[in-house]
Design a binder for this molecule. Sequence first.
Ligand code: HEM
Length: 427
Amino acid sequence: MADQARVRKFFFLHMRPNRLPVATLRFTHTFGLGGMSAVLVILLILTGALMMLAYEPTPDRAHDSILGLQTETLFGPLIRGLHYWSANLLIAVALLHLLRVFFTGAKDGPRKLNWVIGLTMLACVLASNFTGYLLPWDQLSYWAVTICTGMLGYVPGVGGWLQEAARGGRDVGPTTLIIFYTLHTTVVPVALALLMGFHFWRVRKARGVVVPRQAGTPVPADPEFTRGWPDLILRELVVGTVLVAVVMMLAIFFAPELGTPANPGMSPNPAKAPWYFVGFQELQIHFHPMFAILVIPLVAVAGLIWWPYRRREVDQTGVLFGSGAGRRTAGIAALLGLIATPLLIIADEMWLQTTTWAPSVISHGLLPFLILAVAVVGFRMILRKQLNATREDADQAVFVLMGVAFAVLTITGVWFRGAGMALVWPW
Ligand code: HEM
């Protein structure tokens, strides 16, 4: 009773469940990744609000105001560092949280809608990072935003309009900075905060996180329960404190850089997108831009949204990797992605890109896209026929293959591209 009263009294405790299944407490079930994302969002809002006191969103003042924050403001470098690292870690942690949810079968059944809300939150996190990227107004940020907004121009029909709408004019300039600043400091955080409330409420509605179970065992009808306070909340406080300490260390020992002020007349070489969009930039090297920035991302996003709504053969809710066979097929897919993607990148770089027998949208767009789609369908059929994989395990393997391929594209873009975006050996 005393615990219940305590929970009722404190707002924070009220947001957490009173009771929860014991099995969901195990750290390696969730790795606390959802909670960590929430802590990072809170850190971002706090440090962002403080930085708003110093920042001036005009091309003349933006760079200088960040410089002033770094050199003349008490704790300025620490606050900027905390904001920078929280933002970058949030992308990584939210992606890992997505993978955890996916591989523990926590996206199906009553959690379908929360999966879609989560995807929308991920889009907000990316939008938040991207709009913040421009604000220091240095060479890196100016040209990265020029490249990314330039990609919008390739959308057929409305590309020019989209690009101008994002930039607020023909080029990246004062209006772009105001648009990005407003999105970054108001629109996106408000949307993210509202979605977070909804997300947490849906977790409560589904009676907490998914209960883990072994393949072949039924969904536990009456699992053993324990109290939210202190069993869950103390654990969450420990994870949150360790996370804040890690972000502090990163902010202190690896302070974010501030490059030379933006110079619209001189592009750095290579000019790269921020790391989380470099995978798309890399795709654009291999595919016609319409496929790299429109068709492939649209197919991927539609697939992710549709995933929990597809027809299911077996209920794998709560079963890690679906089954023993699921783990094996996921491993095969990961290996295939790791080997095939670099080989395809090199083959394209050395031979295929020079092909000019047809319009580029066919030779570098439709045709390679169809060939790869057929290869993926073939891979899925082999898993189904030769390895007797269930529909769920085969779908999971396709997800792994795509995820690993995109990760390899991102790594290639970040570390293995040099001047002129040519392939280089970084060491
Ligand atoms: C800012 C980003 C996010 C925050 C703050 C957040 C927060 C949380 C928290 C605290 C939980 C419960 C504890 C846990 O699972 O660790 C949770 C569960 C969940 N999240 Fe997220 N999340 C975010 C992004 C996402 C994304 C990107 C997805 C997937 C597309 C997602 C899908 C889900 C689902 C389906 C659950 C229920 C999991 C279960 O029942 O086991 N979330 N989230």
